[in-house]
Each structure stands twice: as structure tokens, then as C-alpha cells.
Design a protein around this ligand. Structure first.
Ligand SMILES: N[C@@H](CCC(=O)N[C@@H](CS)C(=O)NCC(=O)O)C(=O)O
Length: 299
């Protein structure tokens, strides 16, 4: 049943075009380019994907055509925040090219291919940290010894662990609670499911308070914000439309303020679909008959 929903998502994503960021290369164009350099057509999928495209960084970003995938949105935001050069390759989710299995054996987006050293990276959380690792540098004017400059990641081991724990909470608690509530068709269970979601959201509200905001890790915008943003945006829009549920501002003032502040960033604007497109896509989820709870267990 899950695959039905995934297919619906792909169907909704497949026909759209990208927003203003990232040069879009279709599968057909990519294959044409690949075939030009591969007269015998017997190269591996990775080689095929790698041919014919040049960026300074040599980084290719695999995402769904249409740019609606919230996982890929995370990595997209990181590319933009880190000001990294990259080439976008849109994958048609309904008709994934065979070679894509060699980029990501799980067949999912996002994925990154580094043409310089051959690295293949997938899973959004890992892609995002990978980009931070690549962008990380040493401040020549810093104190003697190591003086690392990180963007989007804190430096201290404790902070880094806290960030990863928060991301884990989003994936394992918040996202499943959102989808379970959204998809529930038994009205008598709505209250319980709403409470479960609110309980999961309290952790993030409390974190904003304890870290002092305005961002989840404190004064700096980090991967923790990136990780939750695409999902919280979809949560707010979908629950308002389908459940007439507003995230209560008296209970979550910091969280709602956080969404507003983050939404002003160019990177977030670029990777955020309009409310209309979110509703259009989620209509397909909500109208599908299914028997599971929690679409996004981040598997
Ligand atoms: N755990 C993965 C989830 C990624 C994911 O599920 N992406 C969806 C699109 S939004 C996908 O590619 N699904 C393809 C499939 O399941 O075959 C991550 O964090 O990157």
C-alpha cells in the first residue's frame, strides 16, 4: 500500500518543472549526453550518469522531477546555503532509469554524486552533513592549530550530537505523527492523534526556548532547521486544509515564529512549494485508501 502512495507522489511530481534554482537536466537529455559519449552503450549506470555534465564542484544533485520531495528539499537548501555549485538531475519517480540504482541502491532521492572523487552519497541527513564536510574550511587568521569554520553545523561534539538527536526526533516522532493524523479517516481518533502530534512538537518548542532561538540550535541557522523545515511547512499546510487544524500559537509561539523567520531565507523560498501545490499533492495521499500509519518512517 505504501508503494501506491509513493507512486501517487511521483505522479504528482513528475509533470511539474523546477523552480528558479538548479539547472534542470531531464533524464532524456542526460541519456542523450551519455549516449554521445558511449557509442557501445555498455557502460555502467554510474558512468552513464557521470558523463557530459560539468560543474566546477563536480557535484550532481539527484532529486525528483518537480522538486516536491521534502527529503530532497533538505539537501537543496544545504546546497544553496553553502553556496555550492551543483548540477540538478531530475529523476522521474514513476519511471526511474535503471542506472539510478547504481547511484542509490535504495532508489530514492536525494542523492549526490561527486565526479571529482567518485563518491556516491544518499539519505538526506547524510547528504546534508556530507555537503557541510565539503564546505568546511580552516580560518587562516584563527588561533594557531585547528581553527575550523563550519556553516550549518555546530563545532562541539555535544552540540553535534544534540543536532542529530533532534533530527532523529523529527524523523521518528514528528513526521509519523503528522501523517498518521493527516491520513486518519476515523473522526473519533482525531483527538488522540492530534495530541500525539502536539506532544512531539513540544520537544521542538522547548528546544527553541532552551537554546534561546531564533533557530533550533540557537543563534545560527543549522542543519537542524533544514531537516525539519520542509516537513513542518507541509504539516502546517496539509493539516490546515484537510483537518482544519491550526498549530496553536499560544502553545507553540516560538515554533511558528521560527517557521516565519526561516521562510524568509532565499534558500528556503527556493525549495518550498506553494500551499496550492502541497495541497494538490496531499489530496492524492488523503484520497488513497491505505492501511498504515506513518508514511515517513524515514526508511
Ligand atoms: N530516508 C530517505 C527518504 C527519501 C525518500 O523517501 N524519498 C522519496 C521521494 S520524497 C523517494 O525517493 N522515494 C522513492 C521510492 O521509495 O522508491 C532520506 O532521508 O533521504
Amino acid at each position: 500500500m505504501l508503494s501506491v502512495v509513493v507512486l501517487l507522489a511521483f505522479a504528482a511530481c513528475a509533470c511539474d518543472s523546477f523552480g528558479r534554482h538548479g539547472s534542470f537536466i531531464s533524464r532524456r537529455q542526460l541519456n542523450q549526453k551519455a549516449q554521445l559519449g558511449s557509442p557501445t552503450g555498455d557502460e555502467s549506470g554510474v558512468a552513464l550518469a557521470a558523463q557530459g555534465i560539468e560543474t566546477v564542484s563536480g557535484l550532481k544533485f539527484f532529486t525528483l522531477e518537480g522538486g516536491m520531495c521534502p527529503y530532497a528539499a533538505r539537501t537543496w537548501i544545504c546546497f544553496l546555503e553553502l553556496d555550492m555549485d551543483y548540477e540538478t538531475v531530475g529523476i522521474n519517480g514513476l519511471k526511474k532509469p535503471e542506472w539510478y540504482e547504481e547511484i542509490n541502491p535504495k532508489g530514492k532521492v536525494p542523492a549526490i554524486q561527486n565526479l571529482v572523487d567518485g563518491s556516491l552519497v544518499y539519505e538526506s541527513a547524510i547528504c546534508d552533513e556530507y555537503l557541510c564536510d565539503l564546505a568546511q574550511s580552516t580560518d587562516p587568521d584563527g588561533p594557531p592549530g585547528e581553527s575550523k569554520v563550519w556553516k550549518l553545523m555546530p563545532i562541539g561534539p555535544g552540540d553535534r550530537a544534540a543536532l542529530r538527536l533532534m533530527n532523529d526526533h523529527v524523523d521518528t516522532e514528528v513526521c509519523p505523527a503528522h501523517f498518521t493524523f493527516l491520513m486518519n479517516k476515523d473522526g473519533s481518533r482525531d483527538e488522540v492523534l492530534k495530541d500525539a502530534l502536539e506532544k512531539a512538537l513540544v520537544v521542538l518548542e522547548d528546544t527553541l526556548v532552551s537554546h534561546g532561538g531564533p533557530y533550533l540550535m540557537g543563534s545560527e541557522f543549522t542543519i537542524a532547521d533544514v531537516h525539519f523545515l520542509p516537513f513542518f511547512l507541509r504539516l502546517v499546510v496539509s493539516l490546515r486544509y484537510f483537518k482544519e487544524y491550526e498549530v496553536p500559537s499560544e502553545k507553540y509561539p516560538r515554533l511558528l515564529q521560527w517557521l516565519e523567520i526561516c521562510s524568509r531565507r532565499d534558500s528556503v523560498k527556493a525549495a518550498s512549494p506553494s500551499d496550492e501545490r502541497i495541497i494538490e499533492l496531499y489530496k492524492k495521499f488523503v484520497e488513497a485508501e491505505y492501511g498504515f500509519g506513518g508514511l515517513n518512517k524515514n526508511k
